[in-house]
Design a protein around this ligand. Structure first.
Ligand SMILES: *[C@@H]1O[C@H](CO)[C@@H](O)[C@H](O)[C@H]1NC(C)=O
Ligand SMILES: *[C@@H]1O[C@H](CO)[C@@H](O)[C@H](O)[C@H]1NC(C)=O
Ligand SMILES: *[C@@H]1O[C@H](CO)[C@@H](O)[C@H](O)[C@H]1NC(C)=O
Ligand SMILES: *[C@@H]1O[C@H](CO)[C@@H](O)[C@H](O)[C@H]1NC(C)=O
Ligand SMILES: *[C@@H]1O[C@H](CO)[C@@H](O)[C@H](O)[C@H]1NC(C)=O
Ligand SMILES: *[C@@H]1O[C@H](CO)[C@@H](O)[C@H](O)[C@H]1NC(C)=O
Ligand SMILES: *[C@@H]1O[C@H](CO)[C@@H](O)[C@H](O)[C@H]1NC(C)=O
Ligand SMILES: *[C@@H]1O[C@H](CO)[C@@H](O)[C@H](O)[C@H]1NC(C)=O
Ligand SMILES: *[C@@H]1O[C@H](CO)[C@@H](O)[C@H](O)[C@H]1NC(C)=O
Ligand SMILES: *[C@@H]1O[C@H](CO)[C@@H](O)[C@H](O)[C@H]1NC(C)=O
Ligand SMILES: *[C@@H]1O[C@H](CO)[C@@H](O)[C@H](O)[C@H]1NC(C)=O
Length: 663
């Protein structure tokens, strides 16, 4: 039973009427690919939120094997990699690595793309906390953010990156940026008066505060009617549809949450198609037929502007995302069959990646004033009617991988492909797409806003999960740097400061055909200047709190613009260069050696007696401000500082306290 099954459609305003139970397939003219696309290509679905049947393009869509990158991605990379050269040179020059001519080096390796550093950024899940903290990182990495290229900044890292992946709350961030013309975090944060984008002070339950335009009842009626239009068009709907549509009002700056915005239309965006942005990827996990618990062996799916599918040996295939919901069988659509467009609504995809929140929606909507009775009744019925294992699913019907890779694909015989929140397998950082050997990523900046501990701080569980997974059959050739257990993360402070994993390429035993996995720059959420450990299910945030958490993420990314470690931008530059230097046999500059000594995990683990219990008996991990949050009542900033280990930093810090207090 699904929420939409219970909705009395006749009660919905603006709802296209359909005879009860009779799906209406709407025909819509195929988009003419020769027509010049407008500057803003996102609202591209043929019929609002409803997918539509269209004639198949001449080149019929097919499922392809995951044994290579798609031609689309390869062609795009051929444009993107050269465009990262100039921003990378600027980033490295600003960092000014002593005794190393970065400009000459990059210019030299730029001729052979395989030697050029290949950068990825991964933003974890964790609801709004992850969105805001991740946004702080992106703002710091974006050269368009005022001040980001000043001393101590890392601005330009985003412009030098090839990939940007997001999962669950991190997927909201990535989606919001790309659905809004690759705009800046600052612009999304500041918005405009008549826009509801990033206005997190209005909860998703009551809807945006757009006086005179919308109240809670009309907001939910609009959401419900958008979802009903998908059902009317003959497609399955689930709670994920409602969740995604409701969230859209906060993430997509367009009327009614932009019901026509699709993921595939990012490919038509001028900035993306000209490779002026990184390649965005969202992640979800498969719930195989009959499976209840999502284990580390669950198949990991990705969504990118060209495709959705999996590199795992189970599904090992990709579908053209623009034509999802066409009747693929054994990889092809029937000879005389039509195709479907518009199923890949960006809201359905970020809703899928964050389907953990389906229960949050169901459980909370019943207690909000102004929600129409029919919705409350429907939600109550769903809560009473279905098991908790089922309400977190996003259904992909028809299953694009029906009859595909029969010997290994768990859903090969199923009409539905069921996907859930990308963090359900504990891999809460979307590293999977970026450790694929075919993508040859050299360094991943992994922003972790997981709520692992009692007080919603990360403890490395997400990293450890990806490391553990690299040892199973499911790994299919992916490698992952060694990562210690959660106790070591806490006992050695690896979850409280940036930590590099996999620094030493010589430490990997590689076959002739494999290359070292990326170096991972792990950036755990910690209190730099704000209590950024808000709980995952907090539904609204004052704009001041939102800004403080974004700023905290910014300060984590820059180590307080270098106040915690003046050498931090150098160390970021060294991480970027590391694999490339190894490939070209270039000596590692001394300044980089010093960075690696300071930031690389040295391979030791906490002994059994270390007091890191999370709750019972031991002391709970309770970090204190690493800088200061700038509050006036906080006069003893120096005393409150928890330095992340090195006494050298402490000395540096003491001299800077006066400056910091003023920030
Ligand atoms: C999108 O951004 C680009 C560059 O930032 C700008 O030139 C273009 O006008 C923008 N388009 C819209 C519709 O905002
Ligand atoms: C990955 O899985 C596919 C499908 O099972 C297989 O053909 C391929 O050889 C595997 N790759 C590696 C490197 O193990
Ligand atoms: C896909 O198959 C179903 C079931 O046979 C059919 O109802 C539907 O119209 C088909 N869709 C398209 C786009 O051909
Ligand atoms: C809202 O949802 C969360 C997560 O499902 C739940 O823990 C909480 O109790 C709900 N709040 C209300 C008021 O129902
Ligand atoms: C680390 O986090 C996981 C949840 O992700 C939790 O189960 C585990 O107890 C935590 N361990 C410590 C030592 O905090
Ligand atoms: C995952 O697969 C491996 C084999 O690669 C197996 O040893 C392990 O038990 C499986 N784990 C789960 C949770 O199913
Ligand atoms: C490795 O790091 C741990 C924790 O920071 C430290 O206690 C230990 O002395 C280091 N070991 C070496 C060999 O540097
Ligand atoms: C700073 O911390 C204090 C104490 O926790 C808190 O009251 C205040 O709201 C915080 N200010 C900011 C800007 O985060
Ligand atoms: C770092 O710079 C940013 C942007 O200028 C600013 O918002 C932030 O407060 C600064 N942080 C510190 C600790 O100075
Ligand atoms: C080197 O590799 C071994 C084996 O994989 C691992 O146990 C060790 O922790 C690694 N050392 C570092 C510094 O990563
Ligand atoms: C945030 O972290 C601090 C320090 O660990 C803790 O005292 C506080 O209760 C936490 N807040 C939440 C909402 O968990």
């Amino acid at each position: 039973m699904r929420l939409s099954d219970l909705l009395p459609l006749a009660l919905l305003p603006h709802c296209t009427s359909a005879a009860a139970g009779e799906p209406v397939i709407k025909r819509t003219a195929v988009r003419n690919d020769d027509v010049t696309i407008s500057a803003r290509a996102r609202p591209d679905a043929p019929d609002g939120y409803a997918p539509a049947v269209v004639p198949c393009p001449q080149d019929k869509p097919t499922i392809r094997s995951a044994s290579s990158l798609s031609k689309s991605e390869s062609d795009w990379l051929a444009k993107r990699r050269p465009l990262t050269v100039e921003p990378m040179i600027q980033l490295l020059k600003r960092a000014n690595i002593e005794g190393f001519d970065a400009e000459a080096y990059i210019n030299r390796v730029a001729d052979d793309v395989k030697d050029l550093p290949n950068i990825g950024i991964a933003v974890s899940g964790g609801g709004y906390r992850a969105l805001m903290n991740g946004a702080g990182f992106i703002a710091a990495a974006d050269s368009r953010t005022p001040g980001s290229t000043d001393k101590g900044g890392i601005g330009g890292l985003l412009q030098a990156s090839t990939y940007l992946s997001g999962l669950s709350g991190g997927g909201w961030l990535v989606s919001s940026i790309y659905a809004n013309n690759f705009t800046t975090v600052t612009a999304l944060r500041d918005g405009s008066e008549d826009s509801s984008v990033w206005k997190f002070d209005s909860s998703i339950f009551t809807g945006p505060d757009l006086p005179g335009i919308l109240d809670t009842a009309r907001y939910w009626a609009k959401v419900a009617s958008q979802v009903a239009s998908k059902k009317d068009a003959g497609f399955e709907t689930s709670i994920t549809d409602y969740w995604g549509r409701a969230l859209s009002w906060q993430l997509i700056d367009a009327p009614d949450g932009g019901p026509s915005y699709t993921f595939s239309s990012i490919a038509d965006d001028d900035d993306f198609s000209n490779a002026r942005t990184p390649f965005p990827i969202l992640v979800a996990d498969e719930r195989a037929p009959g499976q209840k618990i999502i284990s580390l062996n669950a198949t990991v799916f990705e969504f990118n502007p060209y495709e959705m599918g999996s590199w795992d040996p189970t599904t090992f295939g990709f579908a053209p995302i623009r034509y999802l919901a066409s009747n693929f069988s054994a990889g092809v659509v029937p000879r005389d069959g039509n195709c479907v467009r518009g199923f890949d609504s960006i809201s359905y995809i970020f809703g899928t990646s964050s389907s953990l929140f389906n229960a949050f929606l169901l459980q909370n909507i019943t207690s909000v004033d102004g929600v129409p009775d029919f919705l409350v009744d429907a939600a109550t019925a769903v809560l009473e009617g279905i098991s908790a294992e089922e309400n977190d699913i996003a259904q992909y019907v028809p299953n694009p991988f029906l009859g595909w890779n029969r010997q290994a694909n768990p859903a090969a015989e199923s009409d539905s492909l069921d996907l859930v929140d990308g963090g359900m397998d504990l891999q809460n950082i979307p590293l999977h797409p970026l450790i694929q050997p075919l993508r040859a990523v050299d360094v991943i900046f992994a922003v972790d806003s997981s709520a692992d501990t009692t007080y919603s701080w990360p403890n490395g569980t997400a990293m450890r999960a990806s490391y553990d997974r690299s040892h199973g059959d499911i790994a299919n050739g992916t490698l992952f740097p060694p990562v210690p257990d959660d106790r070591t993360f806490i006992a050695h402070g690896l979850n409280n400061r940036p930590t590099f994993f996999g620094c030493d390429v010589d430490n990997f035993t590689l076959s002739s055909s494999s290359t070292a996995p990326p170096l991972i720059v792990y950036l755990p959420n910690a209190p730099y200047t704000a209590w950024s450990n808000v709980t995952t299910f907090t539904p609204s945030y004052s704009l001041a709190e939102r800004n403080a958490i974004i700023r905290n993420g910014y300060n984590a990314a820059t180590q307080g613009n270098g106040t915690l470690d003046e050498q931090w931008p150098v160390c970021v530059a060294c991480a970027v260069l590391s694999r490339s230097l190894a490939r070209t046999g270039t000596a590692v500059p001394d300044a980089c050696r010093a960075c690696f000594d300071r930031y690389c995990w040295n391979g030791t683990v906490a002994d059994a007696t270390a007091n890191v219990a999370s709750g019972a008996g031991g002391e709970e991990y309770q970090p204190t401000f690493k800088i200061d949050n700038g509050s006036d009542d906080d006069t003893s900033a120096g005393a409150k500082v928890a330095l992340a280990g090195s006494p050298a930093w402490a000395a540096l810090f003491v001299g800077l306290v006066a400056a910091v207090v003023m920030l």
